[in-house]
Design a protein around this ligand. Structure first.
Ligand SMILES: Nc1ncnc2c1ncn2[C@@H]1O[C@H](COP(=O)(O)OP(=O)(O)OP(=O)(O)O)[C@@H](O)[C@H]1O
Length: 238
């Protein structure tokens, strides 16, 4: 569970996030919407403890991420996986090694367990036959799916998708959305997705947080978004 309370963040003496409050219950899936520069990335980085607030708090599974010990912060951060816009795979590593990376980083040495986990995660994204290939041998969409498999490999409590379909052609976008929907349906993780793709929101999220110039202008059920009286929300939805 993520509890954000009256969060204010300033960077270079500029207010970037102002009085942000919302709660994300476990098992709910959140989409963060907002125009470019509205503060979506800064919010994510603050949730991860990278940026510190001027005031307010972020409590993740009972731990106040900015007021806890370094150890507690690290442990909490390990519950998160991030799927980056550009997949961020290592070119000199095979698919197996790329997907297994978070397990190596966590000190896992049991090769049978690693192979089994990697295989299961690759199955989730329909790429179980690519273990020995290198990223350069894969299409952009496939690399993205490998990035998703890597996020799933250590069974995180929270998965953050940063604009998962931006820059992809419509068919590849649908493919990626299909696999994200499968994760929503089968994984026990709580998803947070930054996206501009309105048509996909209903399938991947039941909660929407809409930011405008660092402030929340909508926080509620996805099904209520289109009824928002806020003109900025309505303008965005057109
Ligand atoms: N490290 C930083 N130092 C100073 N200002 C920053 C920093 N990072 C972001 N900002 C500013 O904070 C504001 C919000 O940026 P942010 O990257 O969170 O927007 P965003 O909603 O994620 O945009 P986009 O959709 O384009 O990714 C912007 O005005 C940006 O210039």
């Amino acid at each position: 569970m993520i509890e954000v309370e009256k969060l204010c963040v300033s960077l270079n003496d500029r207010e970037i996030l102002v009085d942000i409050s919302f709660t994300l219950d476990n098992g709910n899936n959140l989409v963060i919407l907002g125009r470019s520069g509205s503060g979506k990335t800064v919010l994510i980085k603050t949730l991860l403890g990278i940026y510190f607030p001027v005031s307010g708090s972020v409590v993740i599974d009972g731990i106040d991420i900015h007021r806890s010990s370094e150890d507690q912060r690290k442990t909490t951060k390990k519950r998160f996986a991030m799927v980056f816009q550009n997949a961020a795979l290592l070119d000199s590593f095979t698919v197996l090694q790329n997907v297994a990376l978070p397990l190596y980083e966590r000190g896992e040495k049991d090769t049978a367990l690693i192979k089994d986990r990697v295989h299961k995660c690759l199955q989730m994204v329909g790429l179980e036959n690519t273990v020995n290939l290198y990223p350069a041998q894969l299409s952009g969409g496939m690399r993205k799916r490998i990035g998703i498999a890597r996020a799933l490999v250590y069974e995180p409590n929270y998965i953050i998708f940063d604009e998962p379909v931006s820059g992809l052609d419509p068919i590849t976008s649908r493919e990626i959305m299909y696999y994200i929907t499968r994760i929503v349906e089968t994984a026990s993780a709580t998803l947070i997705t930054i996206t501009h793709e309105l048509k996909d929101i209903q399938t991947i999220a039941n909660q929407v947080l809409f930011l405008n110039e660092g402030r929340v202008i909508f926080n509620g059920k996805t099904s209520d978004l289109y009824q928002s009286p806020n003109p900025l929300v309505q303008e965005y939805l057109q």
